[in-house]
Design a protein around this ligand. Sequence first.
Ligand SMILES: C[S@@+](CC[C@H](N)C(=O)[O-])C[C@H]1O[C@@H](n2cnc3c(N)ncnc32)[C@H](O)[C@@H]1O
Length: 515
Amino acid sequence: MFSLAQSFQRQGLVGLGAISSMMFSAEAEYLDANLKDNVADHDGDDDVSHDLTDLDSCVGEEEQHNVSKKNDIGCNMHQVKELVNEKPQQQHMDREIGFLDIPYERDNLEARNEYQNDGTEDHAKVRPVPYEDEKSYEDSFTNKDRSVSESGSHHFLFEIPYEDDNLKVSMEDSMNSVGKVFLNDIPFEYDTVTTSSESFTQGGDYTEVEEEGHELRHERDVMPIVEETDFDGDEVAVRTLFNSLGDEQEESVTESKGSNTCGKDYGSSTEDILAALLERLGETKVPTNHKNENEDVPLINDEDETSRVEDGEREEEEEEDEEEDVGWLPGFRVDVEVRPTSHLGENQYGIFALQNIPANTLVWDWTNRLQAYHCSEVESYIRNNFRDDDLEGIQTFLRRGFVLRAPSDNHFVSSMTDSIGFMNCSMSPNCRHQRATRDIHEGEELTLDYSFYGNPGWYVAICHKYGIMTSCEIAERQSKLGHNRFLSADYNIDDTDDSVLAKNLWLEKYISSIR
Ligand SMILES: C[S@@+](CC[C@H](N)C(=O)[O-])C[C@H]1O[C@@H](n2cnc3c(N)ncnc32)[C@H](O)[C@@H]1O
């Protein structure tokens, strides 16, 4: 398979095997001066967050879609409360709860409190309220759907996990109390989901029923897709597609089919929610104009890659990839390119905008191009994949990766096949939490403040062993050089909430999942 690095090489940008990533002299000086330093506390700065990503940015704004409002979930507090108080009547409730991620509305949060008497977890069973009464609600299911409810009930209750920081509500029509609700920006409307379940009897089979009249569209930002498993890993088929083609096509933009599932409940603790979201979000992060991120592209050094791929095959793949690599770089959600940043040293590169990027735009997103290595494996990984004398290769490997903050700071995340590894550090970054912190103009370099990365001892040790600075040290040096931290006023992403742990957990799970 033609790899991303080869693509970069082809563009004359990076040669991983032969890359001359000589230590930037200032970097060397810094290391000399600071090797024994107790690396600064990176928590203290008020603009430094503990995490890299933001759950809210798992699906970018461009993925917030307009779909038909006719069956929107109501926002009426009374309705919601009624439904919440109407506890599940099913005899086989545990088998009839559909694990569809149903969004909720602000009012539901209060409803939750009434319903949540189960101890510690925020936990609610809230039925969406798209229809006025039970009958019309049930009638909304196809016959086939209803026939599967042979176990005695036609109730469909949905388990709705939520956390305050997952909540997003945008009122579409305040006059009619019609809202569009998002769970981590994943929009849901009742009429975009068809529920079918055949497996309320023993066995766990399922039947998918596609909703008629909904045209399936595959656009570049169609997402998310979850197939063959629900959030718990139960046997289920769920396929949810959204796109963002705009209002004029709103009636045709969605197809979703899900099935109620049997089996264990997933809880609504932060961790559970993140686990559930992970299922959805881990899959579809690279625009479809790029090659499949699931491809095995363990890109370590050029020679390995060369030996892996036959020449003929490679040419063929190059041709294919030439088209795919036009436009976005892997991982990036906006049009950017890699260019030399010689002011940082020889063979240093950075990411530059090829378009104007409005503040708060999601610029980069996680993909499973990133590869995580447990701290205990990093050394052996290096030994197994680099020649002893390939210091430059090792340095490149290390500097293009990063370490998140605790509790995820026990992994080295390699981004050798993801362009995030080219993003340089600035104390006045124009990106943070994957988003633009201000309007970025075409031609500007995209930068991050590396201070938010983790800097555990094992990572410091390994970087120093191979003669490079850790990400945090780069930031620290910038700071010492007098670059004051500055975040644009345009930046309005709230990272002061208490979701740090949640985000880190998400990352940790993400990392585990892509290992
Ligand atoms: C994630 S990489 C960024 C891409 C890097 N320029 C390259 O081409 O490999 C991080 C490395 O870039 C360099 N770097 C990034 N920001 C820097 C800065 N503000 N000053 C000096 N070096 C920087 C350091 O060598 C650091 O180890």
